[in-house]
Design a protein around this ligand. Sequence first.
Ligand code: FDA
Length: 311
Amino acid sequence: MAVMRSALLWASRNRWLAQQFPRYRFARAAVRRFMPGTTVDAALDASERFVPAGIGAIFTRLGENLTEFEAATRVVEHYVDVIDRIAKRNVPAQISVKLTQLGLDISEDGATRNLITLAAHAAAGGNVVWVDMEDSSYVDRTLAVFRAALAVHRNVGLCTQSYLMRTEKDLESLLQETCAIRLVKGAYNEPPAVAFAKKSDVDKNYLRLARMSLQASRTIPDTPRPVMGTHDSALLARIARAADQDGVARDGWEIHMLYGISSKEQLRLAQDGRKVRVLISYGEEWFPWYVRRLAERPANVWFVVRSLFMR
Ligand code: FDA
């Protein structure tokens, strides 16, 4: 399984495959399992279907590592429009962005300006902007850009990854800054020098970091609700027990999951009184993101193979 995961994560960064694979109809059909469509309208429509269950949404347009700043400017214009559409359709939705989509590979200052523009626009409508965490080579720059935006607008939240050994220290200082944190396990191919190699260590660290976040939400005034971005039900059950023991209210933390993964569990948790959001991706640039989803559960590859024969 580890070999398959590494191979898939290698493939997720292959430009030739990124050009070829989406050309096949079976590939486009298979990806539909994880995204309702390529347009923001498809994402908005999907989010409305979650409203009766009390589940909120987060939208993200796929695409990363932009090489021209002009393209990053267009991404900002796109998200400004998305924030307006969220308000117009009155859906409980937020946005989540990758900094390399805002031009981080070209200019750190430019990416910072872009994030501040989005945060300002979201703040005007009472909304928030989440910042994804990319591979470990981006963590320092992501923290710097995030902190620069946080100094101007409080409505930004950051994703942190439990597979990185450095995250405990990063989280310690971020929690003192009372910002919104979404904790995930981490989706990239990382060397053992920076990331836990064993899944059990990643999970153990997740629980430790989750407890740190929950405790901070109780003890540090104005700390936003901690967010657990995971589909790991056993881990979520342990976090819920820890939250109860620590006296954190039932709605004192949130659970975020991806569209199309653990869908029944999303509904069950919402019915159980938990605060749940679903991250809905859309856009044409889905290849690297989709292959990371396959790598998370190599059994998904059989789903792709099945799609090939069910054309
Ligand atoms: P784990 O991988 O242990 O899976 C637990 C169970 O969930 C599996 O047994 C399976 O049942 C189900 N499952 C998980 N992934 C599946 C899949 N692809 N297909 C089918 N079933 C699956 N990563 C990152 O590096 N930077 C980021 O910014 C983000 N952002 C982000 C936001 C949100 C809201 C979520 C939910 C996740 C991310 N991630 C991320 C991805 C994250 O790092 C991680 O790769 C996935 O969430 C899968 O890990 P789990 O925590 O679900 O656990």
